[in-house]
Design a protein around this ligand. Structure first.
Ligand code: R5P
Length: 299
């Protein structure tokens, strides 16, 4: 078995390969003069098995195309079984037609991936589990949530209260609440659909003097996290931790989080942190072990 990496998350691909005791496949990724993606798989693996690791993180369209081209190249070399590891399945937030005239983007992505003839998709923490139904192929959703819970327990992080930053996050926040045997409070959050600006209205329980953990699935503009942290600070919270499976590292967002009242943010490595950046309030926990274990299971 060979593990191939697209350009989105080579560090995670290396870690997965190491865990599987598999070699990283050689693939040259470049661009034609007209901007089109150019892929060249430099391996002789006909009849073999391959794993392709690629998050559809920024720039998502480029990463999607690159992924499709790598898979096509492998198929043409005669690879029989390709497992797609897509730690962040881009477009999965566009899981509904919000306004007439909009596409059902996550279903379009499912259709595109379907045409590549991959054997299985392994992904993590979908924004909405209905998306799995858009795929007519073996599909495994893993939960970075458990990796984060294990890490926090191992490090002995003391928590009094779990904070769900909105009603949508309740199911996941409940997992933390049960695991740490601590009460759960819910934030009443509003987002202006036009500007995307987040404002916090209220919290459902007592938080004064507590050590809280805000639990979310992803961080995009950072609005949810920063506004929640500010709100909780104004309510007298003692320590504010937060966690999310996916961090998009959008321009300037972690910098804003560093200046916020948040004490520490725990995320996983589904999306690669920009190499040149170092952050004091950010701890990255690897999901490579979880992914490798799952690949082995379906080998
Ligand atoms: C909401 O439904 C999501 O689960 C996240 O809470 C949210 O969208 C994160 O986005 P941002 O960082 O832009 O607030």
């Amino acid at each position: 078995m060979r593990v191939f990496s697209g350009s989105s998350n080579p560090d995670l691909a290396k870690k997965i390969a190491r865990k599987l005791q598999a070699k990283l496949g050689k693939v040259e990724l470049s661009c034609f003069a007209n901007g089109e993606t150019r892929v060249w798989v430099k391996e002789d693996i006909s009849n073999g098995k391959a794993v392709v690791v690629q998050s559809f993180s920024y720039p998502p369209d480029e990463h999607l195309i690159e992924f499709c081209l790598i898979v096509d190249a492998l198929k043409r070399l005669g690879v029989k079984k390709i497992t797609a590891v897509i730690p962040w399945l881009g477009y999965c937030v566009q899981d509904r037609v919000f306004r007439p005239g909009e596409p059902l983007s996550s279903k379009v992505i499912a259709k595109i991936l379907q045409t590549t003839k991959i054997s299985r998709i392994i992904t993590l923490d979908l924004h909405n589990q209905v998306i799995e139904g858009f795929f007519d192929l073996p599909f495994t959703e893993l939960f970075g949530t458990y990796t984060i819970i294990d890490y926090l327990k191992e490090k002995g992080v003391i928590l009094d209260t779990i904070v769900s930053p909105d009603v949508g996050a309740l199911k996941k926040s409940n997992l933390f609440s049960e695991s740490f045997n601590q009460p759960l409070v819910v934030i009443n959050k509003k987002r202006d659909l036009k500007s995307g600006k987040v404002s916090i209205v209220s919290v459902s329980g007592e938080v004064k003097g507590k050590k809280v953990l805000i639990t979310d699935d992803f961080i995009s503009t950072g609005g949810t996290l920063i506004q929640t942290a500010k709100f909780l600070k104004s309510k007298g919270v003692k320590r504010i931790y937060a966690c999310a499976t996916h961090h998009f590292y959008a321009q300037g967002v972690q910098e804003k989080i560093e200046k916020s009242p948040l004490d520490m943010l725990y995320v996983t490595d589904t999306i690669q942190k920009p190499k040149d950046k170092k952050y004091k309030k950010l701890k990255i926990i690897s999901v490579a072990g979880l992914i490798a274990e799952t690949i082995r299971k379906y080998k």
